[in-house]
Each structure stands twice: as structure tokens, then as C-alpha cells.
Ligand binder design. Structure first.
Ligand code: IPM
Ligand code: MN
Length: 377
């Protein structure tokens, strides 16, 4: 932290990323009104579209800022046709690159349904799950598994014969993310919505895969240090149905990287859709926060997408910064932001197209900024 306050490096990125980030920064401004902002945000260009324009995913000063900032906000990366020479997603430096480079080992994805939020399944908007039944957090391992760049092709006479992705599960990688999940379960104010029990569910496929068996063994070893927290197990295939059928059973869920990637998109349906899903990529000294919906090229520039995922990402950012620096003022701002978000959602006055509404990205930002002004500091 410098004299100007906490430095936040902001990467709006591709597609709809800049639109939702713009609203996020306005919401931060609203929080800071009437006093000196304890944070300072600097925007940096980068991503797939930037790569198409310049041949670089980002500039060295942006890469440098990601290492020196107190926290990072990323909008979204990915653009049709923006591919690096090796076939990777152009813009990966801003997401996968930061996860690897800053060792952001825990991808923390809260899944909470707020009153007033609708679901869309089977093409209809409904209120199927009661808000009180959905309040869980998925902690996804974020640095290894099938995401490890231990992959390649076997080519003969310019013809690919075999493609291989190696699934790497390490003791260190598993242990730290599992411990993170137990600490989170310990620190949360509530257990599972259904029965109030503090519970950590290990999601894996240990009936088949060795890496998953190892992950589960590590889970048991770490769980023994937390006797007050119930340990729970689910094979990932069964988990997919239980999560939808019985979300109230879940409190904190821990999973390996690839399975965590998949189940968090499924879980997002329970919270109203990807428009509400935020993620914190947490390491020891660094953290990056993002809406997880991606760049949605089809909607880019239309001022239509739901900015709430970015608002929730900022709530996570403020909470993490506040805890890390024992800064009660920041934690209060995170609480204030959450109250304003909850109030705006329950009013039903900020429904964007994905909620069956007609409110624009900008107007949703306006509603939340007004809500913040109405919340005591
Ligand atoms: C996510 C995304 C990323 C991932 C993509 C953009 C590489 O789907 O954050 O969940 O696979 O982790
Ligand atoms: Mn994903």
C-alpha cells in the first residue's frame, strides 16, 4: 500500500469486459463519495483484441503492475480468432498467466442466491429454488490438474497422431487449497442452509482416478485438523445432480481445477446465471478478482450485459484486501456494497436481459450506485 492507498490494477480486457468494469469502477467511486478513497485504480489494456491490434497480449508495464498492485481486477478475456501462435487463447496472460505467475492457488467462487433474482432453466424465468437454500462457496484448485501446461502432440509427417494433456495433482497444490476450504468453512458466519452444519464437501472421481484418490487422501489428512467441521464426499458425476436437487446441503465445496471449472458454471445457474458469478483467485501475497462470465462477444458494445458479477467480484476484492491488511474500514465498505447489491436485487429494478428485464448495464450500475448512497457508511 502506498500513500495514495491500495493500488488496484484493472484489466478491462475483451468484449463486454470493459462495459462491466466501467460500472464496477463507478460503484467503487460511489462507495468512496464523501471521503478520501482508500484505493486507487489504474487501468491497463490487454487481452485478445489487444493482441490482434498489437501482436502483444499486454505491455511490460501492465505485467509489472500485476506484480506490484495490492489487488487485481480482470474484466474478461477471449475474442474470436485471437489465438497465440501455439494455439493458446490470446489474453491467457491476464487470467491463466496470472494464476500461474502469481501462484493464485485458490479459485474462490461464492454461489449465493439473493431474493429477487430469477433463474432461467428450460427457457423460462422462474423462482425454483428459494433464496434461503443457495449459499455455498466452491473452492477450486487453480494452478495444476489438466491446466498444467504439460501437454503436447505427437506429429508424424505433419499429421497429428496423438494429443496429450497430463493431469498433475501434487501434495502441495492439494493441501493448500483444501486447507483454504476448511479455514473458509470455519470463518463463515453460517453452515449449510439446510441444516446449519459447517461442512466441507470434497468433489472428485476417486472411484476411478489416481490423482483424485490422492486428493481425497490429502483431504482426510487436512480434515483431521478441523474436527468441528463435517467432512463430506461426492463423486463429481453424482455431485452434479445433488447440487441442483439439493443445494441447501452444501456449505463449502473443494474440487480439483478442471472439475471445479465445470461445476462452478453449473452452480452459477443456482445463483441466477453467470451474470452473478464472481471469482477470487487467491494466493499468498496476491489476488485477482473477476466476473467469470467471459467476454460474451455477441453482446460486446451493446450495453446489455449484467454487471452484477463484477460488483460481487469487487465485494470479494474489498473483503480480501480488508482481511489481509486488518483494515476494518475496507471490510465495512464490502459489507455496505453487499447490502446495496442485495437491496437493489430484491427491488427487481436492475434486471438486465439475462433476468428477463430491460435494464441496461449502465442503468444497473446507476441503481447500485444509488443504493450505495442510501446505505450508511
Ligand atoms: C474460468 C474460465 C477460464 C478457465 C478460461 C477463460 C480459461 O472458464 O475462469 O472458469 O477455464 O479457468
Ligand atoms: Mn470456467
Amino acid at each position: 500500500m502506498s500513500e495514495a492507498g491500495y493500488e488496484v490494477a484493472v484489466f478491462p480486457g475483451d468484449g463486454t469486459g470493459p462495459e462491466v468494469v466501467r460500472e464496477g469502477l463507478r460503484v467503487l467511486d460511489a462507495l468512496a463519495e464523501g471521503g478520501a478513497a482508500p484505493w486507487h485504480c489504474t487501468e491497463y489494456p490487454g487481452g485478445g483484441q489487444y493482441y490482434l491490434k498489437t501482436g502483444r497480449e499486454w505491455e511490460p508495464e501492465a505485467a509489472n503492475a500485476s506484480r506490484t498492485a495490492d489487488a487485481i481486477l480482470v474484466g474478461a478475456v477471449g475474442w474470436p480468432g485471437a489465438t497465440l501462435p501455439n494455439g493458446d487463447l490470446a489474453g491467457r496472460a491476464l487470467v491463466l498467466g496470472l494464476r500461474e505467475g502469481l501462484d493464485l492457488f485458490a479459485n474462490v467462487r461464492p454461489c449465493k442466491l439473493y431474493p429477487g433474482v430469477r433463474h432461467r432453466i428450460s427457457g423460462e424465468y422462474r423462482e425454483v429454488w428459494s433464496p434461503k437454500n443457495v449459499d455455498l462457496v466452491v473452492v477450486r484448485e487453480n494452478t495444476e490438474d489438466l491446466y498444467t501446461p504439460a501437454r503436447g502432440r505427437l506429429t508424424r509427417a505433419n499429421e497429428t497422431e496423438v494429443a496429450i494433456d497430463t493431469r498433475i495433482i501434487t501434495r502441495k497444490g492439494s493441501e493448500r487449497v483444501i486447507r483454504y476450504a476448511f479455514e473458509l468453512a470455519r470463518g463463515r458466519s453460517r453452515g449449510a442452509p439446510g441444516d446449519g452444519v459447517r461442512r466441507v464437501t470434497c468433489v472428485d472421481k476417486s472411484n476411478v482416478m489416481e490423482g483424485c484418490r490422492f486428493f481425497r487422501e490429502t483431504f482426510d489428512r487436512v480434515a483431521a485438523e478441523y474436527p468441528e467441521i463435517e467432512r463430506d464426499y461426492a463423486y463429481v458425476d453424482a455431485f452434479a445432480q445433488w447440487l441442483v436437487r439439493n443445494p441447501e446441503r452444501y456449505n463449502v465445496v473443494v474440487a480439483t481445477n478442471m472439475m471445479g471449472d465445470i461445476v462452478t458454471d453449473l452452480a452459477a445457474v443456482l445463483q441466477g446465471g453467470m451474470g452473478f458469478a464472481s471469482g477470487g483467485n487467491i494466493g499468498v501475497d496476491h489476488a485477482m478478482f473477476e466476473p467469470v462470465h467471459g467476454s460474451a462477444p455477441k453482446y460486446a458494445g451493446k450495453n446489455q450485459v449484467n454487471p452484477f458479477a463484477t460488483f460481487f467480484a469487487l465485494e470479494q476484492l474489498l473483503r480480501w484486501l480488508g482481511a489481509r491488511h486488518s483494515d476494518a474500514g475496507l471490510v465495512r465498505q464490502a459489507d455496505r456494497l453487499e447490502r446495496a447489491l442485495a437491496k437493489t436485487l430484491s427491488s427487481g429494478e436492475a434486471r438486465t436481459y439475462d433476468q428477463g428485464g430491460t435494464v441496461s448495464t449502465r442503468e444497473a450500475g446507476d441503481r447500485v450506485a444509488e443504493g450505495i448512497r442510501g446505505e450508511a457508511r
